[in-house]
Design a binder for this molecule. Structure first.
Ligand SMILES: [Zn+2]
Length: 359
């Protein structure tokens, strides 16, 4: 029924539009109408690899072409602009190179050699052994243990939410979720080559939002306990932003009252100084005032707003784990499809947040 109706509507559109448009529409629209309802949560719509390991940037025009081919019409202001703001910054690119899976992969043997030399030279000073091979063997064992421990810590930290990439992608996902898409950067090593990709995953947030809102409402009688849990587990998620000199009211979300008061006390002083003369601003560029905003949802927010904020905060981190198949959850046969809103993973975004923060 619905597809027929859509075709009818298209037919009407085609008549109204010019000939050139009709040709374009007939190519794009039937796919749009046929493909889009078929997407299910967690399905990867588009993934593009980075240009190279040393230049971790992505071909956004290719993303746009692929997405449009799949029926996702996204304005530039919702995709390219926030994505460039989030990822196309030199410091972020440098971070992505040095934090990439390939860099860790290369670092492992280097680390082993360095640890081996350090342990050997230290032990050689204090222990005098006649059999060198005994010393070498014990040093090798200690080095293997230390290197493995460091790699394990790095691997484990890669599964956590990343302040420099995942948090920066929140602003992108806030816009993309309106088009039922979520964005994330995932990377891993495959066949000794780095594999860093930008992923666009289909995600309809409505069911997750409802489920998480219900959970938070159920917990409203232990609101203090829930808030303390959130504070404890999200305490490291702090955004450092430059305070605008002119308008001190911008970006007040999330900050506690005490922080707001502190920054309000300091803002007018700098604000007035900056407006005195434009020539002096270059001298003061290194003394910019910054403010810290915690990502912990404010206690006074209604349950739905809290749930939305949590879903957005963890969206990129979740998608990163989803596409690289690192989500740990119940095995396939024990999956509870009623609660899981994701068809491709054992754990849904709302379940991931509940497991991560509320348990
Ligand atoms: Zn869900």
């Amino acid at each position: 029924m619905t597809s027929e109706m859509m075709e009818d509507r298209n037919g009407v559109c085609h008549v109204v539009e010019s000939e050139v448009d009709v040709q374009r529409q007939t190519k794009a629209q039937p796919q749009a109408n046929n493909n889009r309802p078929n997407w299910s949560n967690g399905q990867c719509v588009v993934s593009v690899p980075s240009y190279s390991t040393l230049n971790p940037s992505f071909d956004l025009s290719l993303c746009r072409a692929k997405l449009e081919n799949d029926g996702f019409q996204i304005p530039v202001a919702d995709m390219e602009v926030p994505l460039k703001t989030a990822l196309d910054v030199p410091s972020v690119r440098r971070y992505m190179v040095f934090n990439s899976a390939l860099f860790h992969f290369i670092m492992a043997p280097v680390l082993y050699v360095v640890v081996w030399c350090a342990v050997f030279s230290t032990l050689h000073l204090y222990i005098t052994v006649s059999d060198y091979w005994v010393l070498c063997l014990s040093v090798s064992l200690v080095s293997i243990f230390l290197t493995t421990a460091i790699i394990f810590i790095l691997h484990h930290s890669n599964k956590e939410i990343n302040m420099n990439i995942d948090i920066r992608l929140i602003q992108v996902n806030e816009r993309m979720v309106k088009h039922k898409l979520l964005v994330a950067v995932a990377d891993w090593v495959q066949n000794c080559t780095g594999n860093m990709q930008l992923y666009f995953v289909y995600w309809d947030m409505s069911r997750c939002l409802r489920a998480l809102t219900e959970t938070l409402e159920e917990r409203s009688f232990v609101a203090n306990d829930t808030q303390n849990k959130l504070k404890r587990k999200m305490s490291h998620l702090v955004l450092v932003t430059e305070v605008p000199a002119v308008d001190p009211e911008v970006g007040g979300s999330g900050g506690s009252d005490a922080e707001d008061q502190d920054s309000d006390e300091q803002r007018p002083l700098l604000g007035q100084e900056d407006t005195d003369g434009s020539t002096s601003t270059s001298q003061r560029e290194d003394t910019k005032l910054t403010a810290n905003y915690s990502l912990v949802p404010d206690v006074s927010l209604p349950a739905q707003a809290k749930a939305y904020q949590l879903l957005m905060t963890y969206s990129a981190a979740y998608v990163k784990l989803l596409v690289s198949e690192r989500l740990s959850g119940p095995s396939h046969h024990r999956m509870r499809p009623r609660r899981n809103h994701c068809t491709t993973a054992p754990l849904c975004l709302c379940q991931y947040i509940k497991k991560k923060l509320l348990q």
